[in-house]
Ligand binder design. Structure first.
Ligand code: GDP
Length: 215
């Protein structure tokens, strides 16, 4: 499975702007600044510079829409000649890069602004099929992470946790890191997909989830 085409569509500062877009399924990515969100989107799309990685926390304050084409192989039943055959299926959707939340350098007022556009978008978007919440598993989830999950659960929005930068965790300790994080959040180990943009890990797992929920 592969994203074969991806392009930046628009950056929105508020939810009204997002409503003028042609309707398509949306999958959103959210997490605190510096968690590795841009790198992960670039890894999934195979486009290094698509989502702008920010060295200054909080530079990416906008709701960024990318139109992508996800291509998967569909196996057909054996034909009479005995040959299995397959065909390719393309699905078009929006990957939505949400503003990073909760970082020290931003003023309270500005944080409020981003938080508002973020929650407004999450509440209002009828085409939103999945929210991927990114967590760096080496760190205890922040209050912002907890708040985000409570918000998603209370609004019955489907979500999955993506553990980022796992190349920084010794393999022997990965399971205990995951367990520590999910116990804080009241989730299970199965709610987490582990990823590394640097080592291109987790790409197929995430694309599989997307393929399963987007028609
Ligand atoms: P964002 O602010 O959430 O979009 O995070 P970025 O994608 O800009 O990444 C923040 C920092 O983490 C950058 O210095 C990246 O090079 C680094 N980073 C991102 N993903 C990975 C990863 O999978 N492994 C490692 N080791 N570093 C990563």
């Amino acid at each position: 499975m592969e994203i074969v085409n991806s392009k930046f569509v628009t950056s929105a500062t508020n939810v009204e702007q997002t409503k003028t877009l042609p309707r398509m399924s949306q999958v959103a990515f959210v997490g605190r600044s510096n968690v590795g969100k841009s790198s992960l989107i670039n890894m999934l799309t195979g486009r290094k510079g698509l989502a702008v990685t920010s060295s200054t926390p909080g530079r990416t304050r906008l709701i960024n829409f990318f139109e992508v084409v996800l291509r998967s192989r569909v196996e057909r039943e054996m034909c009479k000649c005995g040959e299995a055959n397959s065909y390719m299926m393309d699905k078009k959707l929006y990957v939505v890069d949400l503003p990073g939340y909760g970082f020290a350098q931003a003023s309270k007022k500005m944080q409020g602004g981003w938080g508002d556009s973020l929650t407004e978008y999450l509440r209002a978007s009828e085409d939103l099929k999945m929210v991927f919440v990114l967590l760096d598993l080496r760190h205890k989830p922040t209050q912002n992470d907890v708040d985000a999950l409570v918000f998603l659960q209370s609004h019955e929005l489907p979500f999955r946790i993506l553990g980022t930068k796992i190349d920084k965790i010794p393999k022997s300790r990965l399971h205990s890191y995951i367990k520590d994080v999910v116990s804080v959040l009241g989730l299970t180990v199965n709610d987490v997909i582990v990823t590394s943009a640097n080592e291109k890990q987790g790409k197929q797992e995430v694309l599989n989830v997307i393929n399963g929920i987007v028609s």
